[in-house]
Design a protein around this ligand. Sequence first.
Ligand SMILES: Cc1cc2nc3c(=O)[nH]c(=O)nc-3n(C[C@H](O)[C@H](O)[C@H](O)COP(=O)(O)OP(=O)(O)OC[C@H]3O[C@@H](n4cnc5c(N)ncnc54)[C@H](O)[C@@H]3O)c2cc1C
Length: 437
Amino acid sequence: MKTVAVIGGGPAGLMAAEVMALGAEKGSMQVELFDAMPSLGRKFLLAGVGGMNITHSEPFDQFLSRYGSRAVSLAPTFSSFTPAMLREWVHGLGIGTFTGSSGRVFPSDMKAAPLLRAWLHRLREAGVRFHVRHRWLGWTNTGELRFATPAGELSQPFDAVVLALGGASWPRLGSDGEWVPILEARCQHECTEKSIAPLLPANCGFDVAGGWSGHLRTHFAGQPVKTIAVQFLDANGPMDSQKEARKGELMLSDTGLEGSLIYALSAPLRDAIAARGSVTILLDLLPDKSFERVLAEVSHPRGARSLSSHLQSRAGIKGAKMALLREVCSPEQLNAPATLAGMIKRLPITLVATRPIQEAISSAGGVRFEALDEHLMLRWVGKKTGKEAGRLPGVFCAGEMLDWEAPTGGYLLSACFATGRQAGQGALAYIKSLGER
Ligand SMILES: Cc1cc2nc3c(=O)[nH]c(=O)nc-3n(C[C@H](O)[C@H](O)[C@H](O)COP(=O)(O)OP(=O)(O)OC[C@H]3O[C@@H](n4cnc5c(N)ncnc54)[C@H](O)[C@@H]3O)c2cc1C
């Protein structure tokens, strides 16, 4: 009997295991799934805590465009496992789904736990064996997989392996990015091109230049600022993709800004900071009012009222919005109506760093598609011969450890499920081809 290892029990690894266990002829293949943590799917369960988006219902081309420069690489993956097929698959586990007003698709109770429970049951029934507390350490010199276990180090040969080790955000849930040097060393040894892009924070918060004042930190950190719009600038003015300001809400943090609106812009903001050291965003605190309207409101005589109560009653600016205005503007700017109206419509905030990857929702970077074949199998190229040599063929990769990124809204899980399926199908076909040799 052939044996295949899946390493990583998140959505990508579990999907690969399912495809192989259900797709193999009975008795022809044993699927063994390993995870470093004491239980499976920890990040998936956390995703279910705040209301999990499993996928998105927008038209397919728009959906695909969310993966930016990686849309081309992922197009075949999603064409064979579309968001609609993913929904059907969820229904097959006895879990309903519904589409929210934003087009995001949720499991009917918005939680991940019932889905994971039903899924693990299905996998056990299909014969998948689970090994928790097994940390993958790499390969032995003879190509066996090495694991650190409570009983000491083990090594075991497999006919193929699917790596689904996740990125490096929220490492306490298991995906800590420690696979990067292991795989990098192996790829350097075996491949001609650089195979792994550095892991970077995605869907992350940012630090503001100079930090917030003690007053803002003490009284407003953790508070939402809504509804606002954000634009950001490059050397030539608003970024091309940013002619239209994006509307939504953000959150003040201890050191800067986070929240959905900032996460949605985090990739270009991160890249701009990496290129130039900082990036300035412009907040429109009253996106539904024109500059002229705001000017008319703030110019209204305020009599004996304080500026705060004046802005609250005339323009609805209060709380965290007012605190941001006071943080950025000088007293002179606050007291000059035309300048104040300008600041309300275009409040500049300079961002200087991403928050650490450990705090991010997801990771960018990982195994490059150029280093993988169409089944997500690593191309091992013999350095000496320049031919596809394959000292270690049959190594597939899936999920967030691949080099793609996407906003929140169901796109992350969609790509993990779909690449897990693709890698599982690839490994299955590979194992079958071994049987024919
Ligand atoms: C707070 C939060 C909320 C989120 N909400 C959503 C959402 O609503 N919708 C959405 O689409 N996405 C969401 N995501 C993102 C989504 O959860 C991840 O993209 C997804 O879980 C990644 O799946 P994966 O299988 O690739 O990796 P993971 O789920 O990270 O699983 C990787 C597994 O590999 C194991 N592992 C790692 N290294 C080793 C090793 N050396 N040996 C053995 N095992 C190892 C880990 O223990 C882990 O179990 C959210 C993420 C966070 C942090």
